[in-house]
Design a protein around this ligand. Structure first.
Ligand SMILES: Cc1cc2nc3c(=O)[nH]c(=O)nc-3n(C[C@H](O)[C@H](O)[C@H](O)COP(=O)(O)OP(=O)(O)OC[C@H]3O[C@@H](n4cnc5c(N)ncnc54)[C@H](O)[C@@H]3O)c2cc1C
Length: 366
């Protein structure tokens, strides 16, 4: 039976980054992933915010052009509010290439990556899989996404509040669009969140997300309805890919660690409750998770785990959780139309610019 210091379940950005950092600290690490290929079943748009690009080395060739313009549309789609930054605020990544890059970095650091291995459970220090043999591990890291099975097995907290998102991605002829982020506030297609159109210069991403209980027609149907009339969408010139999945927006979970393991990324609820961005939190939390895990395994002192404190992190989200509640409360087209109207005035534009272009998407946990 294979034996490792740390088993990481899930080869998303959180799992691969944490594994890489642990292996660099000299621990034996295995990442187990149920997907057979990291370029299949991608669930994210891949919008990286400026703060992430400033703080973490992501090679430029994995990223689309910088985006400085955001257009915020009311449900009527008339007269969008145009917000322009004097810096590049967003870049959309080729996520298949980002995962390949993160996997290569983990492998180069000495971690193992096992694909096609679906985690089934962990007990007595042994993890069981469908598609692979059992693995004995001193510590397990749940990087297995929003509905983490590892969290349940370790008796840690689990996410309970979700948006569900779906998008279509298709190639566009290069140069057919001006890089811009089109956001449509329309509870009829995206109750509690937004419809969006954004492109990376080569692909257009058209998506919607909202509270599942309010999406009576189903997310796929709403996405198709939105895509048919979405603003700023360039024509498809090739095959269409569909992506989607749950997004935990209840804030960072309180109980994130125990002597048998800990949680990172979506499994930890590490998503900005307001913007639903989770890529920046993945990278930030991975650093703390790796430092705490290495410290704990080196010393055997359980107090090391207290630094991985969901309660303290959660406290830094109070404002964002409140704004999420207000945002989620916009359940009619008339209310959303009125909200966009309020945002047209100077204080409203300042608030929107702060949310969209500010540095506050996720606290620095390093
Ligand atoms: C439609 C959509 C669009 C989004 N767009 C953006 C965006 O543009 N920018 C942004 O910042 N955030 C975005 N998010 C959120 C962001 O993508 C996530 O927060 C982030 O990708 C989470 O990464 P993760 O590694 O924690 O989880 P995931 O990327 O979900 O990785 C979890 C991995 O665990 C694997 N796994 C699960 N169960 C098992 C098991 N039993 N055994 C083995 N493996 C398992 C999964 O296959 C997966 O590979 C979006 C989310 C959605 C749904």
């Amino acid at each position: 039976m294979q034996t490792v210091d740390v088993l990481v379940v899930g080869a998303g950005l959180a799992g691969l980054r944490t594994a890489c950092l642990l292996a660099r600290r000299g621990l034996s690490v295995l990442v187990a992933e149920r997907r057979r290929s990291l370029s299949a079943g991608i669930r994210t748009t891949g919008i990286f915010v400026r703060r992430t690009l400033d703080d973490f080395p992501l090679p430029g060739h994995l990223l689309g052009p910088g985006i400085r313009h955001v257009l915020l549309y009311p449900p009527s789609r008339r007269a969008p509010i145009r917000l322009t930054s004097d810096r590049d605020e967003y870049r959309v990544a080729d996520m298949a290439a980002v995962y390949a890059h993160a996997r290569d970095a983990a492998l180069a650091a000495g971690a193992g990556v096992l694909l096609g291995a679906r985690y089934l459970g962990f007990s007595g220090g042994v993890a069981r899989f469908a598609g692979a043999g059992p693995v004995r591990a001193g510590f397990v890291i749940g990087a297995d996404g929003a509905r983490s099975r590892v969290a349940r097995d370790l008796g840690l907290d689990v996410n309970t509040r979700f948006l569900v998102g779906a998008e279509i991605v298709h190639p566009i002829a290069s140069g057919t669009s001006t890089p811009a982020f089109h956001c449509v506030l329309d509870p009829r297609v995206a109750p509690g969140y937004l419809g969006w159109v954004i492109d990376d210069g080569r692909h257009a991403h058209v998506g919607v997300a909202g509270y599942p209980e309010a999406m009576r027609a189903g997310v796929r149907h709403l996405l198709d309805a939105f895509a048919a009339t979405a603003p700023g969408r360039a024509a498809a010139v090739g095959p269409v890919e569909r992506r989607g999945g749950p997004i935990p927006v209840g804030g960072v979970l309180r109980r994130l660690a125990c002597p048998a393991g800990l949680l990172v990324g979506d499994a930890a609820g590490a998503v900005s409750p307001l913007t639903a961005g989770g890529l920046d939190p993945c990278l930030r939390m991975a650093e703390l998770a790796a430092a705490v895990t290495a410290d704990y395994l080196r010393t055997g002192d359980r107090r090391a785990l207290e630094r991985y404190d969901g309660v303290a992190l959660r406290g830094r989200f109070r404002g964002r959780l409140l704004l999420r509640r207000a945002f989620g409360g916009l359940r009619s087209a008339a209310a959303a139309e009125a909200a966009v109207h309020v945002l047209r005035a100077r204080p409203g534009r300042a608030l929107a610019a702060r949310i969209l272009f500010g540095d506050g998407s996720f606290p620095d946990v390093r």
